[in-house]
Design a protein around this ligand. Sequence first.
Ligand SMILES: *[C@@H]1O[C@H](CO)[C@@H](O)[C@H](O)[C@H]1NC(C)=O
Ligand SMILES: *[C@@H]1O[C@H](CO)[C@@H](O)[C@H](O)[C@H]1NC(C)=O
Ligand SMILES: *[C@@H]1O[C@H](CO)[C@@H](O)[C@H](O)[C@H]1NC(C)=O
Ligand SMILES: *[C@@H]1O[C@H](CO)[C@@H](O)[C@H](O)[C@H]1NC(C)=O
Ligand SMILES: *[C@@H]1O[C@H](CO)[C@@H](O)[C@H](O)[C@H]1NC(C)=O
Length: 351
Amino acid sequence: MHVVCGFLLAWALPLSFAIDDGNDPFHWLSALRSRGYAEGSLLADTTGGECPEVCDCPPTFPIAMYCDGRGLTAMPTVPSRMKYLYLQHNRISAMPDSALDNATNLVWLMMHHNELSTDKIGKRAFARLQGLERLYLQHNNLTSAPTNLPRTLRDLRLNNNHINTITPAALGGMDNLTILYLSNNDLTEMGTSLTGLNSLTLLDVSGNRLNKVPEGLPEHIHQLYLESNAISTLPEGFLGKFTQLQYIRMGHNQLTDKGIPRGTFNVTGLVELDLSFNQLERIPPVSHTLEHLYLQANHIKEFTLSSFCSVVDVMNFSKLRTVRLEGNEISAADVPSESALCLRLASSIDV
Ligand SMILES: *[C@@H]1O[C@H](CO)[C@@H](O)[C@H](O)[C@H]1NC(C)=O
Ligand SMILES: *[C@@H]1O[C@H](CO)[C@@H](O)[C@H](O)[C@H]1NC(C)=O
Ligand SMILES: *[C@@H]1O[C@H](CO)[C@@H](O)[C@H](O)[C@H]1NC(C)=O
Ligand SMILES: *[C@@H]1O[C@H](CO)[C@@H](O)[C@H](O)[C@H]1NC(C)=O
Ligand SMILES: *[C@@H]1O[C@H](CO)[C@@H](O)[C@H](O)[C@H]1NC(C)=O
């Protein structure tokens, strides 16, 4: 028995080493590491180029540098060839002006889940990144947006910080900004900070302390997330100017019937409307094209079919598929039988 085991091991060990040598793309890296290079120094490599010891720069993708989840407390040196930099899930608290001096080719910079605070980010730390398109700074300790952000940004994520002000200068001129996450911050108002963001299609400002809808919302917006704020009234004709708005989430606000001007939600194009957890007593009229309507946890006392269909016949019916009304002051008995015709696409009406 022992003889057999020894024989198998003798075969298995050299074989597994041979496999590692052939297949491990980072073999060269661990070999260099084992020679004991000092932290922070750059290692020369014949295939991928220099790379900080604490990070991985795969030779097969030499323009990307992976430094995520390494317990870093300071910015590593970034070689100038890098376009994609992954620094998320570390404990980096400061970003001096010079940190990215050589990293002028960056296109993506992932720094979410760090400990960056606004006062420890150099005023010009991002200024030289003239090709940066994606910047993830969510889950840090920022109290305002960093200054001099590149105007080339397309996707900017600043959610889950402690941001309490956003100035027009922070975002002005970002002509290509398409996605902006500012959710879960401490914003009480946004002033005119969104003016001129002509490409913006998604705005998430949920989980702040806004008491009104931000001004100057870009016309091409598709998705507008305002839930968990303190909004009680909506401006007249609020949705009239948006031609592409499909998703509105306004759950967990303080909306009342009086705060919603007549016909606000009767606009074509809307697909999803979330008004759950507000103080509505009536179902607001919605357009025939709406597919998902969330009204749970309000104070609705009456099932008004006319809110969905002003005319009920074979030809005129609502496209609603989801209608949620539970947690209101109505029961299944309040749903009139003609609803079957008007709401013929709804798979269920939850009351
Ligand atoms: C930038 O590159 C120069 C020249 O290679 C080097 O001396 C300097 O330390 C680099 N700076 C940073 C912040 O990486
Ligand atoms: C976040 O910032 C506040 C004040 O700016 C500071 O007191 C706190 O220690 C910071 N937290 C972290 C995790 O850096
Ligand atoms: C927006 O994108 C276009 C096309 O890629 C580019 O020409 C333009 O310079 C960009 N604008 C900014 C402000 O970066
Ligand atoms: C919505 O507006 C259209 C046209 O403006 C109107 O015909 C329709 O009755 C309205 N729908 C509801 C449910 O009020
Ligand atoms: C009812 O449907 C017909 C046919 O699609 C349409 O011509 C008419 O305008 C609709 N009426 C209302 C009030 O929506």
